[in-house]
Design a protein around this ligand. Structure first.
Ligand code: KIV
Length: 277
């Protein structure tokens, strides 16, 4: 997937499919399923590292997740989140962090949250030759300032502020915008006014594409799941059942069975016994 092809998909009204992945096997699943864009989201702080929010994840941790994801992908565009604290302070910091994701993890693009100062950082990164995806609406890195993990843009004034941030990021050169947790009608209006692909998550059916968190859509974790995160599978139940069966078989001495064991020639075994004493 390329940036021109993504833009073409928007023009042709072909829905863009994006999913998060955090490691080699989840990337391989995304690859085989034929998605267009894979995001190494800082949601990985919660889904794979067990933190209560996206805030604690470090650049080093995100780089490790992104590099593993890269190894499982061939065709989708690979985007990684710049984690909280890794780009806000200056253009220089933003460029240096973004370069690490391209150089050390093989990412095609990076994503950052909000307009305002972030839009200026987005411009600096784009000017340094790295494609940037923006993220507006519910922006988890600043969820506290937004009043928690709740839908945004539910008043005219709030909706206008989300639309303005999207426009700022677009003007800063972002090739696409993630729009999270806004009323469907607001998602529709913002998408209609955007000139780059808008990828929605809890932003209704009229955005140019959809993104979901891998662990939410597959039912891999048992924590709170947002209203917009449809579960397409219950993988966690299968995982627990599998490990529970393994546990029972080990305790019942029915695993390993002969077909799981290696054999040795009887003469070799006799010699070994003699040698070992
Ligand atoms: O971190 C993440 O997974 C994200 C998606 C929710 C878009 O930013």
């Amino acid at each position: 997937m390329t940036l021109p092809r993504l833009a073409e998909k928007r023009r042709m009204r072909e829905p863009i499919v994006m999913v998060t992945a955090y490691d080699y096997p989840s990337a391989q699943v995304a690859q085989e399923a034929g998605v267009d864009v894979v995001l190494v989201g800082d949601s990985g702080a919660m889904t794979v590292l067990g933190h209560p929010s996206t805030i604690p994840v470090t650049v080093e941790e995100m780089l490790m997740l992104a590099a593993a994801t890269r190894r499982g992908l061939r065709t989708p565009l690979l985007v990684a989140d710049l984690p909280f604290g890794s780009y806000e302070a200056s253009d220089e910091l933003a460029i240096a962090t973004a370069q690490r994701f391209v150089k050390e993890a093989g990412c095609d693009a990076v994503k950052l949250e909000r307009g305002g100062a972030s839009a200026r950082r987005a411009r600096a990164i784009v000017d340094a030759g790295i494609p940037v995806m923006g993220h507006v609406g519910l922006t988890p890195q600043t969820a506290t300032a937004l009043g928690g993990y709740r839908a945004q843009g539910r008043t005219a004034e709030q909706a206008l502020s989300v639309a303005r941030e999207a426009l700022e990021l677009e003007r800063a050169g972002c090739f696409s915008i993630v729009l999270e947790a806004v009323p469907a009608a607001v998602g529709s209006e913002i998408t209609a006014r955007s000139s780059v692909p808008v990828i929605g998550i809890g932003a209704g059916p009229d955005t140019d594409g959809q993104v979901l968190v891998f662990h939410d859509l597959l039912g891999i974790h048992d924590g709170h799941v947002a209203r917009f995160a449809k579960r397409f599978a219950d993988v966690r139940a299968h995982m627990v059942a599998g490990v529970a069966e393994y546990t029972a078989e080990v305790r019942g001495r029915s695993f390993p069975a002969p077909e799981h064991c290696y054999s040795i020639d009887e003469a070799e075994l006799e010699t070994f016994r003699a040698l070992i004493g």
